[in-house]
Ligand binder design. Structure first.
Ligand SMILES: C[S@@+](CC[C@H](N)C(=O)[O-])C[C@H]1O[C@@H](n2cnc3c(N)ncnc32)[C@H](O)[C@@H]1O
Length: 243
């Protein structure tokens, strides 16, 4: 117990001194994570007006704010479509379709597929992160599950040539994820934006240009799915859609 308050005080101090936290507050972003996506998009030009984008692990919504800005608006409406998913509630953003649900659950993915109605999307972005246990191997395995599911979803729902950006952890299993991306995308990049803390294992894997023939048909109603990395999902439960 003795260590806990000291850790919290350190965290709070670092948070208050963090230039990205201050900048996020000044610019009205919901979290400092906004600058991670903004930097990656400045470099890789992923988001363009008119696109259909699926965002996994969206709450509290700062990536969604960046996506909305970069899609732009015409006569007040977002130029494109954004479907955001999270297992936690998220304050509404105009023009964003939000689904509350756990992406590991079959039912949630099926609902997403229904929303897309067989129209392939242009970009999938995932900032999903498991609750960290502090046990490196367990955390890496949970993260690998999420990466695997995002990759499987992207292969089912992206158009040929589409892109996938996912958060991952450097460490056990990461090289297999890179290899799986290389089998599916023409170009694969590893991105560590400046706003991602150096001491954090967090890193982003970017697949650009889904290879024709790597698109796989969606396995609707199968009950479970196995991703390209061999991870299997999941239990059934309910999800709520807001749009
Ligand atoms: C780092 S936060 C995302 C921050 C967000 N990109 C932003 O800019 O505001 C990670 C999010 O992933 C969500 N998440 C983690 N596992 C998930 C899952 N299995 N299904 C849906 N959301 C998940 C968490 O609830 C959390 O809100």
């Amino acid at each position: 117990m003795a260590g806990k308050p000291r850790f919290n005080a350190n965290w709070m101090q670092r948070h208050l001194n963090d230039p990205y936290v201050r900048k996020a507050q000044q610019l009205g972003y919901r979290s400092r994570a906004a600058f991670k996506l903004a930097e990656i998009d400045d470099q890789d030009k992923l988001i363009r007006p008119g696109m259909c984008i699926v965002e996994l692990g969206a709450a509290p919504g700062s990536w969604t704010q960046v996506v909305c800005e970069r899609l732009g608006r015409f006569e007040g409406r977002v130029r494109g479509r954004i479907i955001a998913v999270d297992m936690l509630p998220m304050e509404a953003l105009e023009g964003v379709e939000f689904m509350l649900g756990d992406f590991r659950e079959e039912h949630v993915i099926e609902k997403l597929e229904q929303m897309l109605a067989r129209r392939p999307c242009d970009l999938v972005i995932s900032d999903m992160a498991p609750n960290l246990s502090g046990v490196g191997s367990a955390d890496a395995a949970r993260m690998a599950d999420l990466v695997d599911l995002a990759l499987l979803f992207a292969r089912e729902q992206l158009r040929t040539g589409g892109c996938l950006l996912v958060k991952s952890f450097q460490g056990t299993g990461f090289s297999q994820q890179v290899e799986a991306f290389k089998r599916s995308f023409r170009r694969v990049h590893i991105r560590k934006p400046k706003a991602s803390r150096e001491e954090s294992a967090e890193t982003y894997l970017l697949g650009k240009g889904l290879i024709a023939g790597q698109r796989v048909p969606a396995a609707v109603g199968s009950g479970t799915r196995t991703g390209p990395l061999g991870h299997t999902a999941r239990a059934r439960s309910t999800c709520v859609v807001r749009g």
